[in-house]
Design a protein around this ligand. Structure first.
Ligand code: ZN
Length: 158
C-alpha cells in the first residue's frame, strides 16, 4: 500500500520539527503553527534569534538523514498525566490543549520528535523519500522562524 501524499506531507512536519530541535536546540522546541497540503507544508517555531543559512542547510540534512534511516514511528493513546510524566511539556505546542482532555494521542519518533497529534502518519520515516526546505524567514519582531518545505522523494519504504 502506498502512503498518500497527505499523510507524507503531515508526517514531514514531525520529521522537520525534530531536525529543527536537533540543530537549533531545545530553545526551538515550541511550535507556533504547522500545516500541510499534499506534499507541501510549513512549520513555524518560536526562536530567539535569526538562524544562519548554514543552520538551515543542516536542518534539511538532518531531516533527510532521519528519512534515510527509515526510522519507525509510534502512536500511543494514553492518559495525559502518563504522557506528561514520560515526556514533560515536549508533547505540547504553544497553544494549550483543552484542560478537560484527559486521554491524548501521542505521535513519537524515538529520540527525534514527540507531540500530541491525532492525525494519520507514516509508519516509517522512509516513506517520505526526501524533504527540501523551499523557503524560510525569521520574523524578529515576533521571534518566529517560518520554514516552508516540500516532500521531494518517492516512497522508498517497502
Ligand atoms: Zn501528526
Amino acid at each position: 500500500m502506498v502512503t498518500s501524499d497527505e499523510v507524507r506531507g503531515h508526517t514531514a512536519i514531525h520529521v522537520l520539527k525534530g531536525a529543527v530541535v536537533h540543530v537549533l536546540g531545545r530553545g526551538a522546541k515550541w511550535s507556533a503553527s504547522a500545516y500541510s497540503q499534499g506534499i507541501h507544508g510549513g512549520l513555524t517555531v518560536q526562536f530567539d534569534r535569526k538562524p544562519t543559512n548554514e543552520e538551515l542547510t543542516r536542518i534539511e540534512e538532518a531531516a533527510n538523514q532521519k528519512i534515510m534511516e527509515n526510522a519507525p514511528t509510534e502512536i500511543h493513546e494514553m492518559s495525559r498525566s502518563d504522557a506528561e510524566a514520560r515526556w514533560g511539556d515536549d508533547i505540547y505546542d504553544l497553544f494549550p490543549l483543552p484542560a478537560e482532555l484527559k486521554v491524548v494521542k501521542i505521535f513519537h519518533i524515538p529520540d527525534w520528535n514527540v507531540n500530541t497529534c491525532g492525525k494519520q502518519h507514516c509508519t516509517k520515516t522512509g516513506e517520505l523519500g526526501g524533504l527540501m526546505i523551499v523557503k524560510w524567514r525569521y520574523r524578529s519582531n515576533k521571534q518566529l522562524l517560518e520554514i516552508s518545505f516540500d516532500v521531494t522523494g518517492i516512497n522508498v519504504s517497502g
